[in-house]
Design a protein around this ligand. Sequence first.
Ligand code: PGA
Length: 257
Amino acid sequence: MRQRLAVGNWKMFGSLPENQALLDTVAAAMAGLRKTICVVCVPFPYLAQTQAALAGSKVAWGAQNVSQHPKGAFTGEVSAGMLREFGCRYVIVGHSERRQWFGEDDRTVALKAKAVLTAGMVPIICVGETLSERESGVTEKVVGRQIAAALDELGSEILKGAVLAYEPVWAIGTGRTASPEQAQAVHASIRGLLAKRDGSLGDLAPILYGGSVKAANAAELFAMPDVDGGLIGGASLVAQEFISICRAADQTSGRDG
Ligand code: PGA
């Protein structure tokens, strides 16, 4: 059975008092989750606060970026080992905002995923096409290239420790969600690419959908057979929205029932 996940990506939002209220509310509400892992990926300075608030709860936590290097003279960077010290279990890598604004290419993203896996955590590897790429009909080609980079660098065996997230760039923070059918089509093509290299990777890799997921549309997206949960930006900052989305992931069946 494939793992289901609902992952909040706080991006560069938060403050100590706001975070505390959000974390406490989410932790209390998630006690009853049956099969879904709920995760919050917070800005680096809030990891200690998040660890203290969520330790012993059903909610896991993680970061939104990491250095590909284990240590060294890399001013401003944060290593996977450091994240591990704060109890992180998940690290988002290759988010489109990192690719777009911070020049991360496919190979850098793959090296970051490798650093996360080497430190014993789970990378959430983001892929997705821009609006112009979708409109020119190259969605599967672009996503295929991004997935191939991860497969080439890591190999299929190691990639079994990762989570993938399909996030069409045109749907992120725009309020414009991919339809369940659009999401399913790309998820199925990703699964096909993985299966071509390794059948059990194709079967087992959790593939999350991200891009304007809200309480109102989560259930229909998560009911698609190849959608194993979501990566949630804006709505993860609103406790009741995020709680409803996590419950939707837990209550919909996806492929495995
Ligand atoms: P959004 O962001 O839910 O605000 O569209 C998703 C993401 O960037 O991961």
